[in-house]
Design a protein around this ligand. Structure first.
Ligand code: FES
Length: 991
């Protein structure tokens, strides 16, 4: 049927199927700013303006829009010849304020804002929040998008707008190093703003730079530079995996299990194969059986190897059963309906402790699974670590405290689902274009699964619409590749939102039991943590996530003796995996509650009790050697710790003194409301010591600009930008002269990928080394040809010039042209790799202010403040954005998000209505303070920031609930029902 639309002012006619969604039609028309994030109109990523109203196009038929006028972000500032970079004030404001992280939600947010500003040019903050509430953002915490809309509104009204505010920053540099005297006129000079000593500590292979110029004197590093990808994201350009069409592309579709546990006795695919338009149907019958682990981790992959691409047994609701490839998505779905599966349902077990009992259903009874600790007991791993004698420690204690804490399963919920396109290239190599955090691991993992040597596989990572660990997993790439191999055609596969919940990854639920010995003076004699971790149906990340839980849970505070014992069990749940925080949110929830309970029981101020015991500069993290994620680890020491300053600044920002004001605790006229303040300490890591490796190549162009090629993966965090800042600073360039490309296994050097908070530190270390090498090559060429043979070390790079000791300045472009075209011709370029045996911990103080309704159990979070020591923030705006968004994700973990199951093991939250992530109009006030320390082993003094915001909100909320009500809740999340029950139980106890 014909549908007539006016799109961004252009009259267009479309031939559409009666059931074609408007989303499909618009994307078919090349309007890739209109995104698929769900199928039910709940995420809002597909929103456009239809006759001036914001509508979701994933729930509207194209036919229903016949005759309508449609506006998308592409129409805001049309890219006409000569106006390609034109920006609407809304786009410009989103760019300037740092409102764009992954950018997947950005076009829809901008259109929602436009609809508001068209009818209300001077909106209040509440009106802005309400207007964009229908467009979920998983990255930003909404604070900057709201600021962007208000800023654009002011500009459109013609009002003056102040400069974009930098986040609150507290510097503690003096404590960490003494700036040297400025370079003398005739002495060696720094390369860029921060010259470094290039000596290498051979044992650690970690640079120990001596700062010549203090970080605040840098020109690009530590500055709020605009993200290098912001413009294309604001303009909705075709940058994500799915934003392309290939000739002859087929559509893959996945059949998943309706059972939590069942054997597949037979599959009849004949009817599906006969359906016109179907090109392949794959099941366990026609797919090679190769055992693997799906986690995107370094070689050798941590065990167990307990998955095959398609199996004759399903182990959770949503497990893989079959895949098809067909001419259209609709035919593919019809083919799935025609597949007859003969299941033998088996008893399911959903509780990890029950799963380990004798007689429990055995989930992995296949004989070819590798390295399961005891499959007959569903026991994936039994892990231990020990430091000194804890029994002696308990015997020496004046008090011994015990506590049990429980955390639950939550999902990453990136707004862009997992999506993948595969095809054969002209050289018969398989190209995999995929939304992944780990392109190089994906290439290595799928090679044996699809039966191709690695050299015949190329993995391309375009922009990613959020990952948060969920895309540190190989989930669709093998199936999509099998379909391309079976059909010879390009194939596209994408998870639905339901698949994201049932068939992607999530966070491991854990039961954590602490036992702690304390002396009368408050110091700790011993600490023991016994854990049970639920790794769901497959063991991916089942070794490493619980190990991180144990490590963070036992090294944040010092004790004379430590013991960790952890059982990791299979259950028939969708499989947990990597989720931002990676084990720390679980154990820090338990640890912080436990420490606060001890402090209060002994009459201590909890902050002072924690301060007495938390690790300080010069302390060793004593379990680091024993807990190296499945192998021996490396000694770790704390070289920088700004926790004291974090606590002081955070307390000031939250108004901690109100805690002791009885008048503040109640709300006048509302006796059922109680106010409370809570606090938690956070410590995280920076990369995986001795394992993570990143590499970067820098090539000087003949205009003096550089190409920076990296395997590192920016999933919205801004890592492309901060890595470019490191290169620019070192080479004396403005950021605009750095052309970033990441990542493609054919063209960029290796990088382990974006996880473990490693990119700034590890990949940044590689960029710094490569930039220093390029700087050296530039200085050598310039010294020989422009500075009369002076020693190259007496030259430095600054403001796009090579500078000499007596005031000479030669344009970098002149040197580059000369080296490329005129004399001693060669390509100035370098590739460098970096790894570290250190993982310097960032620290943070998390504060929360809440109001509890004692009649309903509703907890309203009023304000969250996090003061973070991330070393030097390479880009304060992107760093603050990480904290804002991370805190709101953490708030969901603490408060609203959960994955409950029915008795048959079917997941009950499979959409964004039942799985509640925070919206713009629900998010509390957020405060971020960057307490800048100097980490000697990091590039320009940096350490990590991406994951630590996930660690403290849940314990701070528990602390605040206790402060408000006197009731301690040791299990997450703090839903109204759980809080109400706890309040009721407390009342009964105290009657
Ligand atoms: Fe909003 Fe990523 S920036 S979902």
């Amino acid at each position: 049927m014909n549908v007539h639309l006016t799109i961004n002012g252009d009259e267009r006619d479309f031939d559409v199927a009666p059931n074609e969604l408007l989303l499909t039609t618009l994307r078919r028309a090349g309007l890739y700013s209109v995104k698929h994030g769900c199928e039910t109109g709940e995420c809002g990523a597909c929103a456009v303006l239809l006759n001036g109203q914001l509508v979701n196009t994933c729930t509207l038929l194209a036919a229903q829009a016949h005759g309508a006028s449609i506006e998308t972000v592409e129409g805001l500032a049309p890219e006409l010849p000569g106006q390609r970079g034109a920006l609407h004030p809304l786009q410009q404001a989103f760019i300037n304020t740092g409102a764009i992280q992954c950018g997947f939600c950005t076009p829809a947010q901008i259109m929602a804002a436009k609809a508001l500003l068209d009818r209300q040019p001077d909106p209040s903050e509440a009106e802005v929040r309400e207007a964009i509430a229908g467009v979920l953002c998983r990255c930003t915490g909404y604070i900057r998008p709201v600021e962007a809309v208000q800023r654009a509104a002011a500009i459109l009204r013609g009002d003056a707008v102040p400069p974009v505010a930098n986040p609150s920053m507290v510097n503690t540099f003096d404590r960490f190093f003494e700036p040297d005297a400025p370079p003398q006129d005739d002495g060696p000079a720094p390369a860029g703003g921060g010259g470094v000593d290039t000596t290498t500590d051979v044992r650690t292979q970690t640079r120990t730079p001596v700062m010549v110029v203090a970080p605040p004197q840098t020109k690009v590093v530590n500055k709020p530079e605009i993200k290098v990808d912001a413009v294309k994201l604001a303009k909705g350009r075709a940058v994500f995996t799915d934003d392309m069409e290939l000739p002859g592309m087929l559509y893959g579709a996945l059949l998943t299990s309706p059972h939590a546990h069942a054997r597949i006795l037979d599959i009849d695919t004949s009817a599906a194969e006969r359906l016109p338009g179907v090109h392949a149907v794959l099941t366990y019958k026609n797919t090679p059986r190769v055992m693997y682990a799906s986690g995107g981790q370094s070689y050798p992959q941590p065990p167990p190897f307990d998955q095959v691409c398609l199996d004759n047994k399903v182990r959770h609701h949503g497990d893989r059963v079959a895949v098809v490839a067909a001419e259209t998505p609709e035919i593919a779905q019809e083919a799935l309906r025609l597949i007859q599966v003969d299941y033998e349902p088996l008893p399911a077990v959903l509780d990890p402790e029950e799963a380990m009992q004798p007689g429990a259903p055995v989930i992995h009874d296949e004989p070819d699974a590798v390295k399961i600790h005891d499959a007959s007991r569903n026991l994936v791993h039994h892990l231990h670590a020990r430091y000194n004698d804890v029994e002696a420690g308990f015997a020496a204690a004046d008090y011994v405290f015990e506590g049990e804490y429980r955390t639950h399963q939550v999902q990453q919920a990136s707004i862009e689902p997992h999506v993948c396109i595969t095809w054969w290239d002209e050289d018969d190599r398989l190209v995999v274009r995929t939304s992944t955090q780990v392109p190089f691991h994906v290439r290595r993992i799928i090679a044996p699964l699809v039966g191709l040597p690695m050299r015949r596989i190329r993995v391309v990572k375009p922009r990613i619409g959020g990952g948060f660990g969920g895309k540190q997993e190989m989930l669709l790439e093998d199936l999509c590749s099998h379909l391309t191999i079976a059909t010879g055609r390009p194939v596209r596969m994408e998870y639905t939102r339901e698949h994201e919940f049932t068939s992607a990854r999530s966070r491991h639920p854990e039961i954590l039991r602490y036992k702690t010995g304390v002396r009368k003076d408050g110091t700790l004699t011993a600490m023991e943590l016994r854990m049970v971790a639920d790794c769901g149906a497959y063991g991916t990340h089942g070794l490493t996530v619980p190990t991180v839980s144990g490590f963070r849970g036992l090294t944040t505070y010092k004790a004379d003796a430590l013991h960790w014992d952890c059982l990791v069990a299979y259950t028939n749940k969708p499989t947990p995996g990597a989720y931002r925080g990676y084990g720390a949110p679980q154990s820090l929830f338990a640890l912080e509650l436990h420490m606060e309970e001890i402090a209060l029981a002994l009459g201590w101020d909890p902050i002072e009790f924690k301060r007495l015991n938390w690790v300080k500069e010069g302390d060793e993290l004593v379990l680091a050697r024993a807990m190296g994620e499945g192998r021996e680890g490396f000694e770790q020491w704390v070289h920088s710790n700004g926790l004291d300053e974090c606590v002081a600044e955070g307390a000031k920002a939250i108004g901690w003194e109100r805690k002791s004001d009885p008048a503040w605790r109640t709300v006048p006229g509302k006796p059922h409301l109680r106010r409370g303040l809570g606090f938690a300490v956070c410590m995280h890591g920076t990369g995986i010591a001795g394992l993570d490796m990143g590499a970067a190549s820098i090539k000087l162009n003949d205009d003096g600009s550089i190409n920076l090629l990296m395997g590192a993966t920016d999933l919205g965090t801004g890592s492309d930008t901060i890595l470019a800042q490191i290169a620019a600073e070192t080479l004396g360039l403005p950021l605009e002269d750095v052309i970033v490309y990441s990542s493609d296994t054919d063209f960029t050097p290796f990088d382990t990928g974006a996880y473990a908070s490693s990119t700034t530190y590890i990949s940044g270390g590689a960029v710094l080394k490569a930039a220093e090498e390029v700087a050296q090559q530039i200085r050598s060429h310039a010294a020989r040809h422009f500075f009369g043979g002076v020693e190259p070390d007496r030259l430095w790079l600054e403001d796009k010039h090579v500078c000499g000791p007596v005031g000479q300045r030669v344009k970098l472009e002149t040197v580059a042209l000369h080296a490329t075209h005129q004399a001693d011709q060669h390509q100035i370029m370098a590739t460098a790799s970096h790894m570290s045996y250190l993982s310097p911990p960032p620290f943070a103080a998390q504060f929360a202010e809440i109001e509890v309704d004692s009649e309903t159990g509703q907890v309203e979070v009023k304000k969250l403040v996090m003061a973070v020591d991330c070393g030097i923030a390479i880009n304060p705006i992107t760093a603050a954005g990480q904290v804002e968004g991370g805190m709101v994700q953490a708030l969901g973990f603490a408060h609203s998000e959960e994955m409950p199951y029915d008795e048959a093991g079917r997941l009950l939250t499979t959409d964004f209505t039942s799985y509640r992530i925070y919206r713009a109009d629900e998010t509390p006030e957020l405060g971020v303070i960057l307490v800048q320390t100097y980490e000697p082993s990091g590039p320009y003094g940096a350490k990590a920031i991406a994951e630590i915001p996930k660690d403290g909100v849940a314990p701070a909320l528990s602390s605040a609930i206790h402060d408000a009500t006197g009731v301690r809740i040791r299990e997450l999340p703090f839903t109204p029902e759980r809080v109400w029950r706890a309040l009721q139980a407390d009342r009964k106890e105290n009657v």
